[in-house]
Design a protein around this ligand. Structure first.
Ligand code: ADE
Length: 225
């Protein structure tokens, strides 16, 4: 899979060199291209923003650099993603869908956002997803893009060593994960649940499922419906 990112802060994406995603990138399983939006400007100051039509606070990103960058980087089967607090909620299901794409292009807006015509124009040429990380506002799309890249990349076969962990973790089956324990069996007066030391695999599996249901009901009842 190839993932390209358009941003005015390419340094954010240095984190992609670390850990499992860094390894997958070195081995060629994932290919990243991080591009500075200012390279698609033509004025001396590399201007990417301007005041909003109709007035209001803040600045809006001008459409021309985005248009040129998308023309250069998007191909026929690209999925163009705009991280935005005004988007559809990014979920494990969407991560899973994106993980089967050949090419994703993440467009990171700043300030009060990108001129809406960029999204409208992109929709006429490519598959477009406007996606929100959650009901809160970040300073720009970069941190959201990093989270999306990590959630998607780890679903690409071969990126995570132990694929069983993908099946067992939170949200994979619509429930929160069961609690985990390791050695020592006693720590600061707290013991590991007896059942986990029993060696009875069927009973352990049943207990874990029960824990998942209880936790989800308590912490995220919205997921049960
Ligand atoms: N950009 C700013 N806030 C965001 C959010 N919550 N999700 C995705 N992109 C964003």
């Amino acid at each position: 899979m190839r993932i390209d990112v358009l941003t005015i802060f390419p340094e954010y994406f240095d984190a992609l060199k670390i850990s499992l995603i860094g390894k997958a990138s070195s081995s060629g399983l994932l290919e990243f291209g991080i591009h500075d939006l200012r390279d698609f400007t033509h004025d001396r100051h590399k201007t990417v923003d301007d005041t909003p039509y109709g007035g209001g606070a803040g600045m809006v990103m001008r459409p021309e650099p985005w248009g040129e960058a998308l023309d250069k980087l998007a191909v026929q089967d690209t999925v163009v993603v705009f991280p935005s607090p005004a988007g559809q909620l990014f979920t494990q299901g969407i991560a899973s869908e994106l993980a089967s794409s050949r090419h994703i292009l993440l467009c990171c807006g700043r300030y009060e956002g990108i001129d809406e015509r960029v999204v409208e124009h992109a929709k006429s040429r490519w598959t477009v997803r406007v996606l929100s990380l959650g009901d809160y506002v970040l300073n720009g799309g970069e941190v959201a893009a990093l989270a999306m890249i990590e959630a998607v990349s780890r679903l690409v076969p071969g990126v995570i060593g132990n694929e069983q962990s993908l099946i067992e973790e939170s949200h994979a089956d619509g429930l929160l994960e069961y609690p985990s324990f390791t050695k020592p069996s006693e720590w600061r007066g707290l013991s590991v649940p007896e059942i986990l030391l029993s060696g009875d695999h069927a009973a352990i599996a049943a207990w874990r499922k029960q824990q998942q249901i209880e936790r989800t009901r308590l912490i995220r009842p919205d997921l049960i419906d």
